[in-house]
Design a protein around this ligand. Sequence first.
Ligand code: B1M
Length: 616
Amino acid sequence: MPEFDFSAGNARLLTAMTKGGGEVPFIAQMHEFSMRESGIPGDVFYTDAKKFVRGVSEVAERFGFDTPSFIWDVYNVEAEALGCPLVTFKDMAPAIENTTPLISNEKELARLKAPDPFSSGRMPMVFEILQEMKNLAGMTPLPCYCAPFTLASHIMTFENLIVQIQQNPAFVHKVMTFLVDEVIAPYMNALLKEFPDAPVADGSDAVASLPFITQNMLDEFALGYIERLQQQTIRPAICDNWWGDSFTDNLHGFWQQKLRATPGYLKVQDPDLFKVGVDPVIEYAREHDLPIVLGVDNNVFQNGPKQEIQMRIHEYLEAVELAGKGAVYLCSLSAVTPAENVEIAIAAAKQYRAGDRPWEGVRRAGSPDARGEIEGKVSVAVDAAVLQAAAEVEQTEESLLLDRIFDAVLDQEDDSVVELVHEALDKKMDVHEVLDEGLISAMDEIGDEFSDGKIFVPEMLMAARAMKAGLELIRPILTETGAPPKGKVMLATVQGDVHDIGKNLVGMMLEGAGYEVVDLGVNKTPEEILDMADKLDPDVVGLSALLTTSMPSMQKTVALFKKMQSKYPVIVGGAPVTVEFANVIKADGYGENAPHAVETVHRLVEAQYKLVAQAV
Ligand code: B1M
């Protein structure tokens, strides 16, 4: 008899997912929260299978979860086994340091050794975790893997992966084939053989989500390789965690893609679920007779308030009930989630089950407010005569060339940008004009299109590279003529956080706007950031955080800058960072997205110049 008994919860989950009709279960990704609650430091918790399983089981039992999810830091295991450096923390889950690529070309790929599932990195620990799950908690083992696309992004870095997809897709296909055939499939098959009762291998694929990649890339480079994996594993391999439902204009097409990776059920999670609403999911589930898994954002549990947690849980439980089959999923309870908020969530689920439903029928998800559209867009009616006059402005040869540079950046054509900028320089055109009206104004347009959701991250990234190719030709002339850049910005992702896709985009947009950018990378301590600021003397320091767990580190960094009376203005940004948080921690500025970050930097740099001018 196992020490922990989750059999009732497991039976409820099985019924809910197959037949429906009973109480809707709620499950949680809870490893980090369990680490904090069990008081075991991260570097021990994530390396000692026994402590890990006991910690999660005790916390699940203490808080009254239906059944625990024993998923570990699943994105890291294969990458670590391949040789990517792993950073450990006392107060959070480990992470792959993903700023330096492990492989960039065919030669490096050829040298990469396939890991041995029984001895490489922490792969053996995963065998132990699954065994402990059976022994201690009576749970069916679930081998989990990092899906090929996210793994490729770990070993190549996200930017290189996107660039290679555009420029050398054959190489990316070789990388993906290697990762499936020689890394993930052998690892999963070893686990599936060792645990014959494990029903499936379950994948996670955060990076293969919209708008970080396009739906076409998803098909060819992510889904295609999950399907390849499915052909090689001895039992089914599924992968159920792509985001991006709120970014596609073909929701059903996106869900069909999801179902190819996870044929048994449809999972939709916040923040997308809150934006698209539960009704389309219910309708789709009924039409296709599918169980659904609805995910509540960690930020809700992190920030509350109480009623927000209760209402979200009730709304999603009701949606699953209406759909017929499925479960509610609490996404990633982090190490800084207040225990009290988790108690509120569980009490809310129990209250719903007991029939106490004060918000029955209330639909907040999918409302204009949830989609952030409350302010609405003011369309400016432009006088037709003004448009006519603008069209009639004489197009000189030079203005036509500037237009072509602008278009080439928008079309992400590095070679054309280089050719056209050369042409402009040969014609002795004013370099400032080429920079401002050709390159920078194109990046402004790209920024607007990204903010409006018209283009995705890869298009923005490739346009920024095209702009940069032109900038490289102009930079030496600007330096020679003594024209300074608009200013210097130093960027870093704060301690404990290795998310860098957003920060890198901010950097590219700033370069596109004429700033010199120095990027310190990820996981930087407050002291490292201040030291480097003193060395580099930037006009603005920019901090990025994607985790609620790393927001305190952002706060500490700003506090250190203030304490040391540093002269550098600090701006902050990243998905969980709000303008309110920026105010509370006394940051000097905030950027909601990359284009806004550029505007904030403009404002701060202009303000500094004004101060200097006044002083003179
Ligand atoms: Co992570 N991850 N992740 N992840 N990941 C999130 C952020 C998460 C919301 C997913 C979830 O569970 N719901 C969640 C955080 C929950 C929370 O704390 N609230 C999470 C978690 C928990 C984790 C891990 C713990 C693993 C796990 O899932 N359990 C682990 C932690 C590692 C660590 O950092 N210590 C982890 C790991 C990873 C990967 C390595 C797999 C990968 C990162 C790869 C990389 O960055 N190189 C990854 C990814 C890709 C994501 C999601 C899917 C996407 C994040 C992203 O790149 N967005 C994310 C879920 C989601 O958002 N759907 C998730 C794209 C980017 C363009 O947006 O960074 O917001 P963003 O940048 C925007 C703005 O925010 C702004 O401008 C950018 C462009 O407009 N901005 C700034 C950003 N920085 C700015 C700075 C500024 C101004 C504006 O001024 C200086």
